[in-house]
Design a protein around this ligand. Sequence first.
Ligand code: UTP
Length: 457
Amino acid sequence: MEQRREEAEARVAAYGQEHLLRFYDELSGDSRRQLLDQVLQLDLERIRSIWEQASVKKEEDAFAAAGISPIPAYAWDELSDREKQRYTEAGWRLLREGKAGAIVVAGGQGSRLGYDGPKGTYDIGLPSCKSFFQLQAERLINLTERAGQAIPWYIMTSPANHDETVRFFEQANYFGLRSADCFFFTQGVMPALDAEGKILLAAKDQISLVPSGNGDCFAALRRSGALVDMKRRGLTWLYYYNVDNALVKVADPLFLGMAASHSHPAAAKAAEKSGPEEQVGVLCMKSGRPAVVEYTVIPETMKHATDRQGKLLYGLGNLSMQAFRLDFIEKFAEAELPYAMAHKRISFIDPTGRLVIPEQPNAFKFERFIFDFFSLADNITVLKVKREEEFAPVKNKEGEDSPETARRLVFDLHRKWLLAAGVPAELIGDRPIEISPLDSYSGEGLTDDVVRKLLQQ
Ligand code: UTP
């Protein structure tokens, strides 16, 4: 062990990370071994280089804004009936033939929400008390029954929340899905750093290793064998989405059909920005390639630029709902995408050995973003949808994008569905309406029986 200690000491000293062994002498034998294992596994040269690049990238991004131009998009509402029918049929064909799957990225830390468990297990306070995972599973069950074919579901976890996620599914009997159609796989981690680039300790014998962003999912699909599983099943398209959207149309047939009817290897849903200042990434072209550009990077003039009809030129807000062709995922699974630095709240051990649980962002983590894969495609298909029909994100405990706003969006949409199904407003009254995804995926199937049961509740 002494030899490994010396080796570890030499390595951390070469990169200014000596503090990682600060508590070594106080540790028991097992803890010492664990810490040495972790330190010796770190690729400190790579971490330093990513830290330096990520710092430079922020500045480069600002300059790169000069190469931005708008990206064309379809608006579902503006399509002809024939086009809508064509795309819808193409999507259902994919589902019926077992060629489409869904992937949810659920490895994030949910630090803004401040919820301890995996975010997919969170209950936003709907009358049914359903978690995100249950809502999503039931949407898949709805489509599966109508397509007569299972839709495999790939669930990305992190090392920190994997076991709890799997247990949650097991205890709920997979919400009615077949366990064979739920594939859990774990994403990678990277060390968390303080503002000086020093790696944080999560415990005296443990380096702080945090999930390295949703952009790790293609590599994780490959590492875990999920890609092989997809090929064995004959999948050609994957519907990708964030775990924390209460209205997500998992495996949306219309969107998949539209994606598959174009020659581009990827597609993205977008919603009209509520105004120039809305803090959302924007879909556009960057240096001739499709991209999502963070709102912080777009210069003021571009943010406010409008077309002849007065519409924002850069008004396509990214909704994190995408579709990828399997051959594209396979080809670029190992692509060296850039890392961005995200400023987050991460607990750490201070020099006195005390655990600090910060209230404000205190540390940096390296993240790869899924949308950075867009630039590897010549072009992507962009579909503009109505935000209120499919986007109810939960990011914060309170205020904007919180459980409360998401609940409200669910109730409003489901009330709209009832009204569209011909139920008189007086009958609905002002009660909160929640329609089970088992009864309706997007407003269809509201028979007299379903409505009667719903209004009796
Ligand atoms: P967010 O960017 O909202 O991050 O993730 P987060 O970790 O969930 O929450 P905060 O920022 O700490 O509050 C968007 C989606 O990407 C997933 C999340 O689970 C969410 O579905 N994600 C994020 C991962 O799967 N892995 C990651 O490393 C980061």
